[in-house]
Design a protein around this ligand. Structure first.
Ligand code: ADP
Ligand code: MG
Length: 618
C-alpha cells in the first residue's frame, strides 16, 4: 500500500496552532500588548473597533524590529526571547513560544509597521492568511504598530462562535486591565470605536488601580507588603466592607504576569474569614515575586496558569501577610460598627411620604441581640446568620394597607427570635385553616385535589417576580418609590456604560435616575419591590449578568434585566416564611403564565398524587 502520511503545509499548521493561541479578539489584544512590553515600550496604545472583530491595533514605542526580524517574526517558533530549553526556567519576558504572530497572521489581515531607533526608515509588511502580500520601506516612528483586521475571516465557524460585542469587549477590557495593572510604570491608552475609554499615565500601583477602577477605590485599599526568602508580596486587598457579591476585582500577578489560581485565592479567602458577609468576595491586587526557577509557566498555552514548586508555603505566607495587613489597618474593629444592610427595615415597610420614615430607617429588630452577643470582636455567626430582607417582596403587586404590612413585619421579628416566641406569632392566624406548610425552609407543601404539591420557594418566587417585571417593562407602568434622599452609588466607567444601556428598561421597572455621570449614579426612586438597602447589590449583580450574558437567539436586554432582578430579589432558600407569605407565594405562582419553570427553565414544583402516595404505603 502507498504511504499516506504527509506533512501539513505551513498555513494549515498555523491555522491549527492559532486555535490554541487565539480564541477571541481579546487573545490578540493580550499577545500584542505583551509583545509591546517585551519590546521595552514606555507608552502603548490599544485601538479597537467593533469589540475587536473588525480591528485590534497596538502601537508601541519599543525597540522595533530590523527588516529581517520583521519578516521572521511571523514564522512559527520564531522568537528572540529564548534560545535553549533551559531559558524557559529563567524567563523575564512575557512571550517565549514564538507562536503568537504566526498564529494571528494565519487567521486575519495583518499589517506590521516597525522601525528601530537608529534607522531612518522602517518596514511595512502586509500579510493575510499566512501569505505575505507586500513588504515595503516606510516612514514610521520608532517602535512597532500591528493592526489585526477581520479576525477569523477565513474560519467562518470561529467567527460565528464569537459572542456579542458586549461580551467580547468585556474580555478585551479584562485583558487590558490585567496587563495595565501588571505594569503601572508603562502608560496605556485605549480607544474603542473612536472614543478614548482608558487613559492611564505611568504612575504608582495605587494610582493605576484608582485610574482603572474609579476614584472611590482609593479609600478601599489596604496595602499588603511582605518580603521573605521565597516570596515577595506587594499590593493591596480591598477592605471587607466594600466586598462585592460578584468576583470582580481579583488579581494575582506572578513576576508581572497575571495568573489564575484557585488555591491562592483560597488563601486570601481564609485570611478574610469572619470579616465578609455571606456570599461576598474580597477584592485583591497582589503582586507575587518568586524566583523564576521555582515556577513553570509552560503548562498552559495562554499562560494564565502556572505551576509553583512549593504551593503550600506560598499559601501560608500569603494568608498570613493578608491577615497581618487587615489587623494592622484596624479592619476588624471598624466592622463592628458597620451595620449589616440586611438587617435594616425594608424600605417597602416605611410609610410613604410621612415623617415616620426617618424613624423607621434606623429601626433594627436584631440590633440589641447583635451587640450583646458581639461586644468588641467580630463573631462569625453574627455575619453568617442574617435573615434575608427579601421576604417582603412577596407582596409585590399586593394592594396592602399600611396597617396590614406593619403587622406582618412584627411577625417576622418574632420568627427570627426564639422558638417560643414564634408560637405566639401564630396566635393571630389560629382561626384560619392552614393550607400550606414550609419544609426545611426550602419547600412549601400544599394540597391539591389529586394529592400533594411541593414547591421550591426560591424558584417559584423568581418566576413570580420575573413575570411581574416583564409586564412592568412592557406596559411601562411600574410603581416607583421615591427616596427621601437620593442614593449615590459609585461605579467604574465600564459599569456606568452598562447602566446607560439599560437605563430605559430600568426606568420601566420603577428606577428613577437623577444623574448618571462619570463614576456616579444618583437614584431618586426605586421599584416598590426593591428595598433601598439592596439597590447597590442588585445593580452590581445586574451588571455582572450583562457582562457574562451568553447571547442566544432570543436574548433581549429586557428579559435579562427581568431575570437578573428576579434572581436578586427572590426569597432565598433557607428563609422562613409565615403562612400568609407561603399562601401568597403559592397563589401568585399559579397566577403566572408559566408556573412550572423558573425563568432559567428549572422545575418550580412537583406533584404527588394520592395514588402514588398510596403505593408507597402498601
Ligand atoms: P514571542 O513573543 O513568543 O517571542 P511572537 O510571535 O509574539 O512570539 O513574536 C515573535 C517575535 O517578534 C518576538 O520574539 C519579537 O522578537 C518580535 N516582536 C513581536 N512584537 C514585537 C514588538 N511589538 N516590538 C518588537 N519586536 C516584536
Ligand atoms: Mg509574543
Amino acid at each position: 500500500m502507498a504511504d499516506i502520511i504527509q506533512l501539513l503545509p505551513d498555513h494549515v499548521a498555523n491555522q491549527i496552532a492559532a486555535g490554541e493561541v487565539v480564541q477571541r479578539p481579546a487573545s490578540v489584544v493580550k499577545e500584542l500588548l505583551e509583545n509591546a512590553i517585551d519590546a521595552g515600550a514606555t507608552t502603548i496604545k490599544l485601538i479597537i473597533k467593533d469589540a475587536g472583530k473588525t480591528l485590534v491595533q497596538v502601537i508601541d514605542n519599543g525597540k522595533g524590529m530590523s527588516v529581517t526580524d520583521a519578516r521572521l517574526s511571523f514564522e512559527r517558533h520564531a522568537t528572540s526571547k529564548i534560545r535553549t530549553a533551559d531559558d524557559l526556567f529563567l524567563l523575564n519576558t512575557k512571550g517565549f513560544r514564538g507562536e503568537a504572530l504566526a498564529s494571528i497572521a494565519a487567521i486575519a489581515h495583518v499589517e506590521l509597521k516597525t522601525k528601530q531607533e537608529n534607522e531612518d526608515v522602517g518596514t511595512c509588511i502586509e500579510i493575510e492568511g499566512s501569505t505575505v502580500n507586500s513588504q515595503e520601506v516606510v516612514v514610521t516612528p520608532k517602535g512597532t504598530s500591528i493592526s489585526v483586521k477581520n479576525l477569523f475571516y477565513n474560519i467562518p465557524a470561529r467567527r460565528n462562535f464569537l459572542k456579542s460585542n458586549t461580551v467580547e469587549t468585556r474580555h478585551i477590557v479584562d485583558e487590558f486591565h490585567r496587563v495595565a495593572l501588571a505594569h503601572p510604570n508603562i502608560g496605556f491608552v485605549m480607544f474603542h470605536n473612536g472614543s478614548e475609554t482608558f487613559n492611564l499615565p505611568d504612575s504608582n500601583y495605587r494610582q493605576r488601580i484608582v485610574n482603572i477602577f474609579g476614584t472611590k477605590t482609593n479609600e478601599k485599599l489596604v496595602p499588603v507588603d511582605e518580603d521573605t526568602e521565597v516570596l515577595k508580596i506587594s499590593g493591596f486587598v480591598g477592605k471587607p466592607e466594600f466586598a462585592k457579591k460578584t468576583r470582580g476585582e481579583q488579581f494575582f500577578f506572578v513576576n508581572d504576569r497575571f495568573i489564575k489560581s484557585a488555591y491562592l485565592n483560597h488563601a486570601i479567602g481564609s485570611a478574610f474569614e469572619g470579616l465578609l458577609k455571606d456570599g461576598a468576595h474580597a477584592s485583591y491586587f497582589l503582586n507575587l515575586t518568586v524566583n523564576p526557577q521555582t515556577i513553570d509557566i509552560n503548562i498552559h498555552p495562554t499562560k494564565t496558569e502556572i505551576k509553583f514548586d512549593d504551593e503550600h508555603t506560598l499559601y501560608a505566607i500569603l494568608r498570613s501577610a493578608v491577615k497581618h495587613s487587615l489587623g494592622q489597618f484596624n479592619i476588624a474593629p471598624v466592622l463592628d460598627f458597620d451595620r449589616d444592610a440586611n438587617l435594616d427595615t425594608p424600605y417597602s415597610y416605611q410609610q410613604k411620604g410621612e415623617p415616620s420614615v426617618e424613624i423607621d430607617r434606623s429601626f433594627n429588630p436584631f440590633r440589641e441581640e447583635k451587640q450583646s452577643s458581639n461586644s468588641g470582636t467580630v463573631s462569625n455567626s453574627s455575619y453568617k446568620k442574617t435573615p434575608s430582607s427579601n421576604w417582603e417582596s412577596l407582596y409585590v403587586g399586593l394592594e396592602s394597607k399600611g396597617t396590614q404590612t406593619q403587622q406582618d413585619f412584627s411577625e417576622v421579628q418574632f420568627e427570627s427570635a426564639t422558638k417560643n416566641e414564634s408560637i405566639f406569632d401564630n396566635d393571630n392566624q389560629v382561626e384560619k385553616k392552614q393550607s400550606t406548610y414550609q419544609f426545611h425552609n426550602k419547600y412549601i407543601v400544599s394540597t391539591i385535589k389529586s394529592g400533594m404539591l411541593l414547591i421550591d420557594q426560591h424558584r417559584a418566587h423568581q418566576r413570580v417576580l420575573y413575570e411581574d417585571f416583564l409586564k412592568n417593562m412592557t406596559i411601562k407602568e411600574a410603581m416607583s418609590q421615591q427616596l427621601l434622599f437620593p442614593l449615590q452609588l459609585h461605579f467604574s466607567p465600564q459599569e456606568i456604560n452598562i447602566i446607560n444601556q439599560l437605563k430605559t428598561d430600568l426606568e420601566h421597572t420603577g428606577f428613577i435616575f437623577q444623574t448618571i455621570k462619570e463614576e456616579l449614579v444618583e437614584i431618586s426612586g426605586v421599584p416598590v419591590s426593591v428595598p433601598e438597602s439592596e439597590v447597590s447589590i442588585i445593580l452590581e449583580q445586574l451588571i455582572n449578568d450583562v457582562e457574562n450574558e451568553v447571547p442566544d437567539s432570543n436574548f433581549s436586554p429586557t428579559d435579562l434585566l427581568a431575570k437578573s432582578l428576579a434572581k436578586s430579589l427572590a426569597i432565598k432558600t433557607g428563609q422562613s416564611l409565615t403562612i400568609m407569605e407561603q399562601e401568597h407565594l403559592v397563589n401568585s405562582l399559579f397566577a403566572c403564565k408559566e408556573p412550572n419553570v423558573s425563568p432559567t427553565n428549572r422545575t418550580t414544583f412537583v406533584t404527588m398524587t394520592v395514588d402514588e402516595l398510596d403505593k408507597k404505603f402498601v
